[in-house]
Design a protein around this ligand. Structure first.
Ligand code: AMP
Length: 397
């Protein structure tokens, strides 16, 4: 991984430090319902404050599409942040112009301010030069700490990095180190678990992973497309039959690059997609015409766990089955727990993220036991796809 500067390299005392963070928190009725994203950026905020910076937080909330939408104000987030930090957080009613300038002028060394939703201005998502200039005028230094927004070339991810001395925050640094350890420079053998509903949304991801990993464990609904392409009858399962040729091509490419694709050998079958629907375990060649594969079966979990025991690195994206409806969460939970145990024993470096993965690992009660769980959705997926993220590239300049 090319080098990027971190807070270790920054002289921040007395400086106005603009920090791009992800505070796009789940909210209900104006109240924050999950503070995970605040917890992730606390180390950066607390360190900067302790080192005497005037900390100015920049963030977005929701999709206001360049207009001021009162329900998408960050004001409640400033309150939640202040509660967690146990100290005041100044809130500015706008992220550029007089309101922002006044709030920042009032900060003493170590104080913290949060500016209003960046996306109230159309210039943010367009990376408009005038808007980026107006943001840059508010600070002396830029700290980029929102990996989850780094797949977008916005004013607050790329524009500021082009205008101010730029450093990765602690959350960004942790994320890049974890992804680097898992995919760019991993200890082999490397396994990837890729699950979820559809192959069509993960073609680029599979194409990139099969070049990099030793074992590609495919689960969830998307495994059905591969099974059908191999000639198995998958009954009424979710399956993209029109992608059979693509699935075969992926399997051929994996063969050619020394990557073993591991598909389910058995499954949990049901006739309806519902919690506690009557179900049975069957070998993959025994799926009835009126049945659906809703989860991988116990033999599959056993086989995959045995392979994981031989691996040194694991990348995980997507559930092994319809994990929201029991008992079709069984394989996801069992495999996640096995990976967590191996990680705790120091035998596996495990990195997970993207889409429903965090929810699935939380459901299994093991999110805290993986080496790193990314809270980034789209950015994590684009990284797995091997794409260059503009907000990360901007850090490398
Ligand atoms: P994704 O967003 O692509 O990661 O897909 C996650 C969704 O895939 C979850 O909502 C799961 O319920 C669903 N899913 C996983 N396995 C299956 C399956 N065998 N049949 C139907 N849906 C599934």
């Amino acid at each position: 991984m090319p080098a990027f500067r971190t807070l270790d390299d920054a002289d921040v005392a007395g400086k106005r430090v603009l920090v791009r963070v992800d505070l796009n928190l789940p909210m209900q009725d104006g109240k924050v319902t999950d503070t995970t994203r605040i917890d992730r950026v606390l180390p950066t905020i607390e360190e900067l404050s302790a080192r005497g910076a005037r900390v100015v937080l920049l963030a977005h909330f929701g999709r206001p599409k360049g207009r001021r939408v009162p329900e998408m104000s960050l004001r409640p987030v400033a309150r939640a942040l202040s509660d967690i930090l146990g100290r005041p957080v100044t809130f500015a009613d706008d992220c550029i112009g007089e309101a922002a300038e006044q709030a920042i002028a009032g900060l003493k060394n170590g104080d913290i301010a949060l500016l209003e939703n960046l996306r109230f201005h159309p210039g943010e998502e367009k990376n408009d030069p005038a808007f980026a200039d107006a943001l840059a005028a508010l600070g002396d230094i830029f700290v980029s700490d929102a990996f989850s927004c780094a797949h977008r070339a916005h004013a607050s991810t790329v524009g500021l990095a082009e205008r101010l001395p730029t450093y990765a925050g602690r959350c960004m640094e942790a994320e890049l180190s974890a992804l680097n350890a898992a995919l760019e420079n991993p200890a082999h053998p490397v396994a990837a678990v890729v699950g979820g509903a559809k192959v069509s949304t993960k073609l680029d991801l599979l194409g990139n992973l099969l070049e990099k990993v030793d074992y590609l464990m495919i689960g969830g609904g998307m495994a059905n497309t591969f099974l059908a392409a191999k000639g198995f009858d998958v009954g009424k399962s979710l399956c993209e039959h029109d992608l059979a040729a693509t699935a075969r091509e992926i399997m051929d490419r994996a063969d050619g690059s020394g990557c073993r694709i591991l598909l389910p050998v058995d499954a949990l079958l049901a006739k309806e997609f519902a919690a506690n629907a009557p179900h049975r375990v069957a070998a993959i060649e025994d799926v009835g015409g009126d049945e659906m594969i809703l989860d991988a079966g116990p033999e599959t979990v056993k086989a995959l766990t045995a392979v994981l025991r031989e691996c040194r690195t694991l990348v995980w994206n997507g559930p092994m089955g319809a994990f929201e409806i029991p008992p079709f969460d069984t394989a996801t939970v069992a495999l996640a727990r096995a990976a967590a145990e191996l990680t705790k024993a120091g035998r596996l470096l495990s990195v997970a993220g993207g889409g429903d993965t965090v929810a699935a690992l939380n459901h299994a009660g093991v999110a805290g036991d993986f080496t790193y769980v990314s809270t980034a959705g789209g950015a994590f997926l684009e990284w797995l796809e091997g794409k260059t993220l503009p907000g990360v590239a901007a850090l490398m300049q």
